[in-house]
Design a protein around this ligand. Sequence first.
Ligand code: ADP
Ligand code: ZN
Ligand code: ZN
Length: 669
Amino acid sequence: MTILEVAVPIPINKTFHYLSAQNIIPADIIGRRVKVPFGQRKLIGYALREVNDVNNLQNKSNFKLKEILEVIDCEPIIYRESIELAKYMSENYICSIGEAVSSIISPSMKAPKRISKKKAAPYIISSESPLLNSYQQNAVDLISQSILNYTNPQKNNFLIHGVTGSGKTEIYLNCIDFAIKNGKSAIMLIPEISLTAQFVETVTKRFGDIVGVWHSGISNIDKYKLFCKSLHGEIKIMLGTRSAIFAPFKNIGIIVIDEEHEDTYKQEQKPSYDAREIAFWRGEYHEASVVLGSATPSLETYKSALENKMTLIKLPERIDKKDMPNIEIISLKNRLKAGGLLLSETVDALSKTLARKEQAIVFLNRRGFSTSLMCKNCQTVYQCPNCSISMVYHSKPASLRCHYCGYVKNLPAICPECKSKEIAVFGRGTQRVEDELNKLFPSAKIFRLDKDTASLKENYGKAYHGIKNDEYDILLGTQMIAKGFDFPRVSLVCIIDADTSLYLPDFKSAEKTFQIITQVAGRCGRGKTQGNAIIQTSRPEHYAIKYAKTHDYESFYQKENSKRQAMFYPPFCDISKIVIKNKDNDRCEIEADNLIKILENIAEQNKLNLKLLGPAPAYIAKLYNVYRQHIIIKGMRKEILRLMELSGEFKKKFSDTQIGIEMSPSNLI
Ligand code: ADP
Ligand code: ZN
Ligand code: ZN
């Protein structure tokens, strides 16, 4: 019998010991997954080490060790990098080593009955790259050089800030090609797979058999196959969503993260890792280059590029010097009286586009589908005096609440700005817009794509091919039509309610609004005709909207950045969100109160420079009959982590209450 140290995916930060019978357990068991008894359960753990000092261990633990039940893998799949990365994750995202490893190597991956090992396919590029323009060529040269000569993260990490349609994809593909030709591997992350079928097609066409496509939708057997193929070098490019960042290549040359500003790179559940941070970590480990790209970089990324923590590459022009879409802002103020959602200018533009046999995209900013209170007369939305974010409408008891600090206000009877009595809760649906479009343009063929339509994936394919093949005239939808689409015949984009995302109770609401307008408007004018975007908004004077109109990312960044500094929000600090859950509302509130007192005490005693906000009900204050309160912590990441370390396993004190912590949440909703 030997004794093995096993990491188990449970929220206790220690490893466990098990016996392995030599006659049934292979000699090189280290690095394989094993099924072990754990209390009443059976869990899949990770064999980390053999323990030699058996006597010592036996005496100390003073109880009988249990035996390993089953060995899952037919070869070791956990190696040194995984363990080191798990350590980094456990420290930075507050989870156990076992939980971290189970993010890196999914416990549910299943070995197929037989695995055929193949030699890597010869590398042939099957489709050609267009001749690069000078901006693209410069970027490719710079990044290729860095792949060959690693110096330091500052020089080897890049941000490509390129306007929509500036040809970022070609840069990525050329750099990946270069890395492969130099005997290295590549990881390429995209925000969402089902909505980027077009993109996956391009990449697989270009690189053929050496590409693996990884996302949450593939089977556990396929995951295992892909995992082993990358481990053995049978594939050299992993294209996928967030967790593809863990592809077990041994010699990464480049990691690309397209649309780096997207929230999907951040995992909300434990461990709440950010794929961009993992990319930087692995980049250093492999001495590889990391390339982030976006037309609307996140504030934190752009800031670190400006501070020379990474190299900034700018692509200020569209391919073939095509014009940026012309953006027209139309104020909704005092205009939507008849109950319609489309203003006459929008209707005009749509009919002209349809008459020219061109296509249009109609976009609803559903992200902002929320319950804020707005004055119908002057469009004022109520903001918390402490946090400068929108207050959220609650019906029971009728009130406005700040979901950051807990500030409560009675519903105002009249608007404090203009004294109007017309105050309403707002929110709009795609269905209503579809009805209106059908009435206005009875002969137009309209495709509606939103989260309500069943089987999104299938519908997405239909929408994509339908628009491409001219079967539809208007594509109507929410968030999911904002990215990826590259249709040459779309010449008009209408945004029905640009500002709804401004009212979200979140410090990133202006940033999100700027991003969404820029990205959606960027869908048009990619072909031969000039693109036009019409933006209906009740806040035409808001800087997020004004700067989106003039395609002025730089000014937007400066303005938003100084606001963040003034209010002490990221990127000037880190934020973490503690969520307290209990089936009983009173208990939930009491324990949240207790917890914040404990945390405040610890912070004070240890002179931690932190700001604690709350507790306050979460944006979704009750989910599946469980009440949720949250506490927001602002400060430097190191100090937040220190606070968590000092407060230890505070969960023990609150047995029927669940407490979770998310580091740097992508939103505070
Ligand atoms: P972005 O990702 O920056 O929005 P894309 O990568 O989608 O831009 O490129 C926009 C369009 O330009 C695509 O249709 C792409 O095939 C095309 N394209 C990219 N580079 C070139 C080039 N050098 N010459 C001609 N067409 C190009
Ligand atoms: Zn008013
Ligand atoms: Zn507040």
